[in-house]
Ligand binder design. Structure first.
Ligand code: GDP
Ligand code: IMO
Ligand code: MG
Length: 431
């Protein structure tokens, strides 16, 4: 059973990069299916930190790394990322880029900034990387795709058509400077030269790999609650983040996917605006933020921190068809004597629910109902197996398993790639 999706089960930054890197050891292909440079995936190898934006988290293991049609690519950022990896001695020769992926263009960055400014207090708190406007133009059929880079005539024509419309928006709606055509086409022709050898029919590539029985990992960006259809709209990103998006975003059929590993922190974080029922107030918030190093990988913004929310996580299990969970950053909770875990929401009408509310107002105004578990208050450094965990840490994990009726197959005990426990052995996790 060689095809596994790794999906963020909360609001992003769950530690997907580390888990994908870990499981990539026993895989042949690692394929990103959504998002763009709004993602920031951290992998720590013997104290050295790699932060990936576009490139799938299998790159450090020397695997074929596919960027699928469902992704959006900022050519300049991607080239910088490739160059940076090469400079650090990581080969990028096996990166393959779908010709159907869309390009984040300079006007998308300007519109993202202008739109957030215009929304003022109602802003989404985007990463300002042009993601929403790029996906909007894709749906509007005004987008520029990676394969357009291959033909200078098509490229020029598409840039001219898009720019004529976008400059009206920039000037009249956002009061921003128009973008000059001069030099732009030439700049993108330069990017085309660099990216040309990477462009491939990635759907076919993955299909062949699966037919040959190779092991494929689908590397999801962001998190379930940021999904465009099922997340906390409008405080979401603009792509399908859920596991089903892996089929759409890489061009394989949904029947090819065998298992789905949800990645969740042992608590919750969120960057940007939007409702967050278990958000902590006061000293414990700052302590958790500091101990967890909860500052954004892409923008450096502070991540808002909260206690583990099993109502939201149960929703993620449902939406993704999660077959097992990776529970990361358990070590960060070592500092706390009491660990509240949200088991239900109290709705404005006085009813309690264990299921995620379908109506936005219920979610915005719900209050968390906690069960408080005892903390273990000892570091998890040096623990090599699940049996070595303090009893209360093991009980915390078992509580999650029982409440969600899903196995926890991986437990994160530190940032380094080695710092993970796998109760039933790593090789069997992605199968
Ligand atoms: P991603 O976007 O899901 O890949 O996650 P990020 O890389 O944005 O954020 C996760 C952060 O937690 C990174 O700084 C990781 O190095 C770190 N991390 C991952 N797993 C663990 C863990 O088990 N314990 C600790 N302490 N840190 C972790
Ligand atoms: P990874 O892959 C955390 C959030 C932004 C903002 C909202 C919309 O590292 O887990 P966008 O720029 O996508 O239009 O912003 O989504 N967001 C993320 N938060 N981790 C991410 O990615 C995110 N990608 C987008 O903070 O609230
Ligand atoms: Mg991240």
């Amino acid at each position: 059973m060689p095809a596994t999706v790794i999906v963020g089960a909360q609001w992003g930054d769950e530690g997907k990069g580390k888990i994908v890197d870990l499981l990539a050891q026993h895989s042949d292909l690692v394929c990103r299916y959504n998002g763009g440079p709004n993602a920031g995936h951290t992998i720590v190898v013997k104290g050295e930190t790699y932060k990936l934006k576009h490139i799938p988290s299998g790159i450090l293991r020397g695997k074929v790394c596919v960027i699928g049609a469902g992704c959006v690519v900022d050519a300049q950022v991607m080239i910088e990322e490739l160059d940076d990896l090469e400079t650090r001695g990581v080969s990028t020769g096996l990166v393959r880029l779908s010709g159907n992926a869309h390009l984040v263009m300079p006007w998308h960055l300007a519109i993202d900034r202008g739109s957030e400014r215009r929304l003022g207090k109602l802003k989404i708190g985007t990463t300002r990387r042009g993601i929403g406007p790029t996906y909007a133009d894709k749906a509007y059929r005004l987008g520029i795709r990676v394969q357009d880079l291959l033909d200078p005539k098509i490229l020029r024509q598409k840039i001219e058509v898009a720019l004529a419309e976008k400059n009206v928006w920039l000037e009249r709606v956002y009061g921003a400077e128009p973008i000059q055509l001069g030099g732009l086409v030439e700049r993108y022709e330069g990017y085309a030269e660099r990216l040309r050898p990477l462009i491939a029919d990635t759907s076919l590539l993955i299909d062949r790999a699966l037919r040959e029985g190779q092991r494929v990992i689908f590397d999801g960006a962001h998190g379930t609650l940021l999904d465009l259809d099922h997340g906390t709209y409008p405080f979401v990103t603009s792509s399908p983040t859920v596991a089903g998006g892996a089929a759409v975003g890489t061009g394989i059929g949904p029947t090819r996917i065998d298992s789905v590993i949800g990645v969740a922190k042992a608590y919750v974080t969120r960057v940007g605006e939007g409702p967050f029922p278990t958000e902590i107030e006061g000293a414990n918030h700052d302590r958790l933020q500091e101990l967890g190093g909860e500052f954004g990988t892409v923008t450096g913004r502070q991540r808002r921190c909260g206690w583990l929310d099993l109502v939201a996580l149960r929703y993620a299990v449902r939406l993704n068809g999660i077959t097992s969970l990776a529970l990361t950053k358990l070590d960060v909770l070592s500092a706390f004597a009491d660990l509240p875990v949200c088991v239900r929401y109290l709705l404005p009408n006085g009813a309690e629910t264990a299921d995620f509310p379908a109506h936005q107002s219920d979610f915005h105004h719900c209050r968390p109902v906690y069960e408080t578990l005892p903390g273990w208050q000892e570091p998890l450094d040096g623990i090599e197996s699940i049996r070595g965990l303090p009893d209360d840490a093991r009980r915390y994990v078992e509580f999650v398993e029982r409440e969600l009726e899903v196995e926890v197959s991986l437990i994160g005990t530190g940032a380094d790639r080695q710092r993970v426990l796998s109760p039933r052995g790593l090789e069997t996790v992605a199968s």
